[in-house]
Design a protein around this ligand. Structure first.
Ligand code: ADP
Ligand code: MG
Length: 249
């Protein structure tokens, strides 16, 4: 059976100076799936997300999303196509409350930021409130984002990403810095976003337990190259993967 592929990378390479952060990476993300990306620190995971979402030009290869080449498009254009990422370090607006953060996080919408923030449509307003509730931040909605804990900011960033109604969401270490007791709740929400809203998820995750529970298929990077791909339990026992992690310590 052929798979319905939403994102396909072929031979993607990205150098910073003389160093390859990604080298000849080819992988596929099937529509509707939850796919993982793991690898030791510095193996090029965040760089790959930056390449996919137009944050920096790639040196070689192709990135096809919904049948369309992305490599020459800009970040905002890519976001408008429904491909959204979150960051390892959170990108929220500290001096705005949670609701305003939600309202201005819509790059696909026409109109300037002041209009989005001060005269939101009823639909945007309702969606902002609904998504804050979904991530468990309803009671914090009028607090400044800068006053939230790092973990709460990650939840807010997740809600902001959903505000864009993504078809494909790239999450860069969504559970990092989140209180361990809240991690299960977050995983549930990631799954619900996938099941209820139909969002395809491509997730970088450091916590192997989380990844094993969440992803249907895992890609492994080491030294910028893809060294393995497969079902979580195969990846966990793959000698190449174990060696990459031990070698990286
Ligand atoms: P990971 O997310 O897997 O920890 P990164 O993609 O952040 O890895 O980094 C991969 C490699 O690329 C590292 O050696 C890092 O130092 C380098 N790198 C990442 N971003 C930049 C940049 N903007 N400029 C120069 N080097 C970078
Ligand atoms: Mg990273």
């Amino acid at each position: 059976m052929t798979r319905d592929i939403i994102l396909s990378l072929k031979g993607v390479s990205k150098r910073f100076g003389g160093v390859y952060a990604n080298q000849d990476v080819s992988l596929e993300v099937p529509r509707g799936a939850i796919i993982g990306l793991i690898g030791p620190n510095g193996s090029g995971k965040s760089t790959l997300f930056g390449s996919i979402t137009g944050y920096h030009p790639i040196d070689a290869g192709s990135i096809v999303y919904e049948g369309r080449e992305l490599k020459d498009l800009r970040t905002a254009e890519i976001a408008r196509l429904g491909l959204i990422r979150t960051f390892q370090q959170t990108h929220v607006y500290d001096d705005l409350d949670c609701v305003k953060n939600m309202l201005i996080s819509r790059p696909m919408r026409k109109g300037d930021i002041a209009t989005l923030m001060h005269r939101p449509t009823a639909r945007d307003r309702a969606r902002a409130e609904e998504l804050l509730e979904f991530v468990g931040l309803a009671s914090k909605r009028h607090l400044m984002a800068g006053s939230l804990s790092f973990g709460q900011q990650k939840l807010l960033e997740f809600a902001m990403a959903l505000m864009n109604e993504p078809d494909l969401l790239l999450l860069d270490e969504p559970t990092a810095g989140i209180n361990p007791t809240l991690i299960n709740g977050l995983i549930d929400r990631l799954r619900q976003a996938n099941e209820r809203f139909g969002v395809t998820l491509f997730v970088i995750e450091h916590n192997m337990r989380v990844m094993m529970n969440l992803a249907q298929e895992i890609n492994v990077l080491a030294g910028g190259k893809l060294i393995a791909r497969g079902a979580p339990k195969d990846i966990q026992n793959d000698p190449k993967v174990i060696e990459a992690y031990l070698g990286g310590q």
